[in-house]
Design a protein around this ligand. Structure first.
Ligand code: UDX
Length: 428
């Protein structure tokens, strides 16, 4: 049997999965409460920038494997498996805001009441351990009037997509994690993921949920550890890329997530580390290393501004350019970008801030308004300002002329290192 899939929540994760599963040949129905978004997607406009997404979306729409709807009943009744892929942002105290998961589960549960035959609901959103079997299964039972793990399946199926390479990560993941409690859910998910060539780990929902947090915590800790080593390297006058290059050659350590600099941003790492801390502490468990990872991460943008002050004195009224606003290259996402922290600190010092990004100017404009002058051409930005902070390592920034400028480089852009008048690497 070829399963039909519905995806509830067409943000980053939902859209990539909708397009990915459709490209594998499944019939996919994408649902979102936002009608404008649904309309845009129907017209082939992918809303976010992600390499290959527009092409895959166009092909899936043209072949008829992918459709979008703003009616939850159509999505649930027209499919065998529903993935919940709504956002789980941080609340101000760092704990997880589960309101979107709650309302998605409610509307899926209500639709299930009308369903004939078995259905599987799989939670892909990153949620605290216990949420799938507790909150989600509970709401689905309440709304559908049926018994979870018997009349319908509930599972946890976390994703590990990186922005900028999300489709590649969908088709070629390191592992597929299936957190299940009943055989039918397990068999359904195993069959569904058959076309994906990766180890399939079958476990409990709670283990699957925690594995996602632990993975992101691990990555965040590596980056902060690299930054701590980097900060010491800078004080010693040695190059941390050389030091960490040697460290990473140890196969027990590996070379990834050791790039020191401004630290980690984005929609997952900072929020998931905060959530890990909250979950741990709610159970009376210390999360010292997780806390330290956040602390180091908060310090790096401050160091960048201190280095500017070292060369320029007071920043008041001075023209400073920020190269890069996306939280990393290859995306237009500015969520928790370190660039925004640098900009906030520069504005506090009353500097005149100019900024550029090849993809994220529109998203940045929404957040920054007219507080920052957004410049489309990076060379023009450099020529306008007295000093530059490099916040994202876009390849576009490699071949610019930085001559006669002060450059504080938060991301190790070799072109700037070669040509700037005064060059300060953040940790090298
Ligand atoms: C991350 C996880 O990698 C992914 O598995 C999960 O599903 C979602 O969160 P993503 O947020 O797309 O993915 O970004 P990632 O590529 O992991 O980078 C996160 C941040 O760390 C970026 O700001 C990046 O610049 C920074 N980083 C990464 C470093 O500063 N140094 C490194 O060596 C690696």
């Amino acid at each position: 049997m070829s399963y039909r899939i519905s995806i509830v929540g067409l943000g980053y994760v939902g859209l990539i999965h909708a397009v990915g599963f459709a490209s594998l040949g499944y019939r996919v129905l994408g649902y979102d409460v936002d009608r404008v978004k649904v309309e845009k997607l129907r017209g082939g406009s992918p809303i976010i920038y992600e390499p290959g997404l527009e092409e895959h979306l166009g092909r899936a729409l043209a072949s008829g494997t992918l459709e979008f709807t703003d009616t939850i009943e159509d999505a649930v009744l027209g499919s065998d498996v529903t993935f919940i892929t709504v956002g789980t942002p941080s609340l101000p105290d760092g704990s997880v805001d589960l309101s979107q998961v709650t309302s998605a589960a409610r509307s899926v549960g209500r639709a299930l009441r009308l369903k004939r035959g078995w259905h599987l609901v799989a939670v892909k959103s990153t949620v605290p351990p216990g949420t799938t079997e507790g909150l989600v299964a509970g709401i689905l039972e309440e709304e559908s009037g049926m018994k979870a793990f018997r009349d319908f399946g509930v599972a946890s199926n976390p994703e590990f997509l990186r922005e900028g390479s999300a489709l590649r990560d969908f088709f070629k993941p390191d592992r597929v994690v299936l957190g299940v409690r009943d055989e039918r859910s397990r068999d359904t998910l195993l069959k569904l993921y058959e076309p994906i060539d990766a180890p399939k780990i079958v476990t409990t929902p709670k283990v699957a949920e925690l594995a996602k947090y632990a993975s992101n915590l691990f990555l965040a800790v590596r980056v902060s550890l690299a930054n701590e080593v980097g900060n010491l390297c800078k004080a010693l006058g040695v190059d941390c890329y050389e030091v960490l290059g040697i460290v990473g050659l140890d196969h027990r350590i590996g070379k990834y997530y050791l790039r020191a600099g401004l630290g980690f941003g984005g929609s997952c790492l900072p929020k998931d580390v905060r959530a890990f801390i909250k979950v741990a502490e709610s159970l009376g468990v210390q999360a010292r290393i997780a806390r330290a990872a956040l602390e180091v991460n908060e310090e790096q943008p401050k160091r960048a501004v201190e280095l500017l002050e070292k060369h320029m004195g007071s920043l008041k009224g001075r023209r400073i350019g920020v190269l890069g606003l996306a939280f990393k290259p290859g995306t237009d996402d500015v969520r928790e970008s370190r660039a925004l922290d640098v900009i906030r600190l520069l504005l506090e010092k009353e500097a005149e801030v100019y900024a550029n990004d090849p993809k994220a100017l529109d998203n940045a404009r929404r957040l920054l308004g007219d507080k920052v002058k957004l410049v489309e051409n990076p060379q023009e930005l450099i020529d306008t300002v007295e000093a530059v902070v490099i916040a994202t390592e876009w390849s576009e920034y490699e071949n610019l002329s930085y001559k006669d400028k002060i450059v504080v480089d938060g991301r190790r852009v070799e072109g700037a290192r070669r040509t700037a008048k005064v060059y300060e690497g953040l940790c090298w």
